[in-house]
Design a protein around this ligand. Sequence first.
Ligand code: NDP
Length: 436
Amino acid sequence: TRRNAGEPEFHQAVHEVLESLGRVVAKHPQYLDLALIERICEPERQIIFRIPWVDDKGRVQINRGFRVQFNSALGPYKGGMRFHPSVNVGIIKFLGFEQTFKNALTGMPIGGGKGGSDFDPKGKSDGEIMRFCQSLMTELHRHLGEQTDVPAGDIGVGGREIGYMFGQYKRLNNRYEAGVFTGKALAYGGSRARTEATGYGNTYFVQAMLATKKTAFEGKRVVVSGSGNVAIYTIEKVQSFGGKVISCSDSSGHVVDEAGIDLGLLKEIKDVRRERISEYARRRGAGVHFIPADKGSVWDVPCQVAMPSATQNELSGKDARALVKNGVMAVGEGANMPCTPEAVKVFQEAGVLFAPGKAANAGGVATSALEMQQNASRDSWTFEQTEARLATIMRNIHDTCHQTAEEYGAPGDYVLGANIAGFVRVAEAMRMLGVI
Ligand code: NDP
């Protein structure tokens, strides 16, 4: 802990994985001799750098950039970039650590990494966003490469930001290296279904969990937190499966729409106009309420399925108890570590089906790996083809977690199943590669 002082999110993520590993080392004691657990917890490389840029008023601004190259035993480092004022090295390390196991669970040849900046994109002009992305890439480009490290989007980083970063990378390297970024627009080497993949993937995962109890989304009340990339495409897929999404949110509060969220309106407000969620209630009119964040929680809205898709630690033990009291039967983490350890315990003790983020939200990175495949073969697949691959991958991840939990004597414990299956895949590769 002294080596990673002041990094509570990283401690939380490591602790949660280590708790599952007792049963693994009992079966494979050689992992202890090889210090595999200690090695897996230490990033291979961490890059921290200055990002100077000039705002629209001509003032010089400084932000801090990060890229944590966590583990490359299975392939090039792979993981998104996050732009949010809360970003610090501990948050990027927690995300990179989670990413390593998540990527292993997909079965694709990708290692784990994560990056970002404490830059706040809210209220910035398009020109400011572009200059910031270019300055960031002026430093980061030397650490990337399609065989080395392949970033993508995350909170605050979508198609626009990826375009600016990729453009600057291409310019600095004088090389069209499409596979160095994923989440690109279709116009320059992106993959169909990548934008939708994380939200769709989580929905497929929860569908598979519900099927183990002989039930489905059809007719169920669903709450999805957030209203960004993951949330929007979760809502889209849940609705297509016949579920009714009653509520969604942003950091300012949540809306309750008993008729079911109007996805067209939500997309216009969030994707096109970049406005706050209260605007949804205002435009939708009578019967739709906006509740500010200091007046209530999205988790107080009664539902049968909850899909937290905003940020880490957004769902507390108290929220979990409210959800259980209101009859929740399944929870799928679209975000990374959105449920606190206390919340996870409440769900598991109440017998709620619980899908941890490193398994349930792996559809995004899996489809990124499909984008890399298309780039490598200079091919472009149809939406249907790509989504069919995503659906198969998510079913496989579900079954792997389910079977691993059973094999290790904890049937139904998807947290344990995901942690063990992900760890063993990375650990086996590291063992074969020697002490590096
Ligand atoms: P976006 O930036 O598109 O959306 C984030 C959403 O969460 C926004 O509605 C935002 O509200 C809300 N939010 C962010 N921070 C907070 C906060 N501190 N408190 C309350 N609400 C907050 O990001 P994504 O949808 O891409 O990412 C959401 C989550 O999913 C993250 O945990 C990310 O790591 C994870 N994830 C994303 C993947 C992807 O493919 N994009 C893949 C796998 C995981 P506001 O606008 O008010 O800030």
